[in-house]
Design a protein. Structure first.
Length: 228
């Protein structure tokens, strides 16, 4: 079972997942990075450019999903160094610090809340320009238009995006478009209308993007059978 709630950390989400049985579902790219707790380990999930499918037996997880662009300041590591990776926090922070933090979470009644407290203590104020960029791209606005409004040249925007998000602004826009489309489709919007409203050229374009980023067709991913 998966549950989530808004975090006290701006833009973040606190979530828990307990084994439901059956094959694990893929974790889709969403522009975010996560601070994770699993079986006594603190782990960081870097920004994904493709679906991540957990291996091994299903176990309980707790996590804080950090708003796009905010994790590098908290972790002290550029996002691109963690792209498509899951790493122990000991690879980024001193082992003694991680042991102390892990002990506190292990002893907590609610590990997810303890994980949230950790994030709150170490988070830095969000970069207003990056927040504006994410908001605009999530709404489907063109990268070039947003860059002009922010007064950023292509190279500067790409460099800042690599550090903050783990990839360039066009990839971020593509990932956010996928999430926008899936949100519509999950509400029962037909695929053709979903494609148009999310900013795809047509339904075939939507289907190709879903397959490339998730490894599944929209029908399989969304479990809609013959609907769409």
């Amino acid at each position: 079972m998966y549950e989530e709630r808004p975090s006290r950390l701006a833009g973040a989400v606190v979530w828990t997942s307990t084994p439901p049985g059956g094959a694990p579902r893929p974790v889709l790219p969403d522009g975010c990075m996560d601070l994770l707790w699993n079986e006594g380990r603190l782990i960081v999930a870097g920004p994904d450019t493709r679906a991540y499918v957990p291996d091994g037996p299903a176990t309980a997880w707790a996590g804080v999903r950090l708003h796009p662009g905010t994790a590098p300041a908290l972790l002290g590591v550029p996002a691109h160094e963690l792209r498509d990776r899951r790493v122990d926090l000991t690879a980024l922070w001193p082992a003694a610090t991680v042991r102390r933090l892990s002990a506190g979470i292990e002893a907590a009644t609610h590990p997810a809340t303890a994980l949230e407290e950790l994030a709150l203590e170490r988070a830095a104020p969000p970069d207003p320009e990056l927040r504006r960029l994410v908001t605009a791209l999530a709404a489907g606005r063109p990268v070039a238009t947003v860059a002009d409004e922010l007064g950023l040249g292509p190279r500067q925007l790409h460099r800042r995006s690599l550090h903050a998000f783990g990839y360039g602004p066009k990839t971020l826009a593509r990932v956010l478009r996928l999430q926008r489309a899936l949100s519509l489709a999950r509400r029962g919007v037909p695929y053709a209308d979903t494609a148009t409203r999310a900013g795809y050229a047509d339904q075939a374009h939507f289907a190709r993007d879903v397959k490339e980023l998730s490894g599944m067709t929209p029908t399989v991913l969304l479990g809609r059978g013959s609907r769409g």
